[in-house]
Design a protein around this ligand. Structure first.
Ligand code: AFP
Length: 311
């Protein structure tokens, strides 16, 4: 039988100095919580948990019932495991502080909410720091996501490459399925919401997407960052959510979207930038801070920056 998530963590413990028993316990709690969320997502239509919860969150977005449920499941797990010092969530205005030392967790409980009711891949994104979530992404101890797609996969980095596990429904275990995920140097796919093109503030970016079309790239855009980044990790290419006239700092949140995804992309051999700076160098100023996101294979991101600089 393939290696389970817990066995894998203990097997790499000696190679990763910061991977102590408390962090292993915390990661296992996140894995268990996402298994529970996966179960809810897979039969959401039968459980009357589709649709809106009839309220808006700190982002001004309509909260879906599954957003709320996923948030509660993760909060409960993190509280019970007793290893989390503080927790920040897309669905919570403020951080919840459990203690002044321990592991600080930031998460997007259900990324891609607009796709929930139409049964398109969604996910949970998590980022783990020591003591406080307000640290630059390069100091993450662990980051990853769980994608609820045709299969449920957990993709993670502990700062020594990227690894993937697939949820085995029979045993209920996340089993090692992708021991070493490496981003192709160059791809043939670009991912950006081109419907916003007229609002993009950088003309060079518009020329870049036209250039990719001439280069016979194809466009794929799901609208769930987890799904669009997962595809980019495996197929290569580039995912972009730029600043535009509406979202002048971009739309995606630094702590629980841009930073953990950039950590994975860099660990897999790619680049994560705002167009002006490395996303993992940014010192967070606020909990729900937004940043422009350009992440993916080296070749495409460097080419994109060339076009954006010519602007
Ligand atoms: P949430 O619905 O969880 O906020 O996620 C959606 C998202 O933040 C991210 O997953 C997508 O990449 C992006 O927004 C989609 O935004 P557009 O609908 O504006 O393209």
């Amino acid at each position: 039988m393939a290696v389970s998530f817990t066995t894998y963590l203990f097997s790499v413990k000696k190679e990763i100095p910061h991977l102590d028993d408390d962090l292993i316990l915390l990661l296992n709690e996140i894995a268990s919580a996402t298994k529970e969320i996966s179960g809810k997502v897979r039969k959401a239509g039968l459980l009357n948990i589709l649709g809106s919860a009839g309220k808006t969150n700190i982002q001004g977005e309509e909260v879906q019932k599954l957003d709320e449920l996923a948030n509660e499941i993760l909060l409960e797990s993190l509280k019970n495991c007793g290893k989390a010092s503080q927790v920040a969530s897309e669905e919570l205005e403020e951080c919840i502080v459990f203690s002044d030392s321990g592991y600080a967790v930031a998460f997007d409980p259900l990324d891609g909410s607009s796709n929930i009711d139409v049964n398109i891949s969604i996910g949970t994104i998590f980022s783990i720091h020591k003591d406080s979530v307000k640290k630059p992404g390069k100091e993450q101890l662990a980051a990853g996501y769980v994608i609820y797609g045709p299969s449920t996969m957990l993709v993670m980095s502990l700062g020594k490459g990227v690894v993937g596990f697939t949820l085995d429904i029979e045993s209920g275990n996340f089993l090692l399925s992708h021991p070493e995920i490496k981003l192709p140097e160059k791809g043939k796919i670009y991912s950006i919401n081109e419907a916003n093109k007229d609002k993009w503030t950088n003309e060079g970016l518009k020329k870049f997407t036209e250039y990719l079309k001439e280069e016979k790239y194809t466009l794929r855009y799901v609208g769930s960052m987890v799904a669009d980044v997962h595809r980019t990790l495996f197929k290569g290419g580039i995912f972009i959510y730029p600043a535009d006239k509406k979202n002048t700092n971009g739309k995606l949140r630094l702590l629980y979207e841009a930073s953990p995804m950039s950590f994975l992309i860099e660990q897999a051999g790619g680049i994560g930038t705002t167009g002006k700076e490395r996303i993992l160098d940014i010192v967070p100023q606020s909990l729900h801070q937004r940043v422009p996101v350009i992440i993916g294979s080296k070749w495409e991101v460097e080419k994109c920056l060339e076009f954006m600089k010519e602007e």
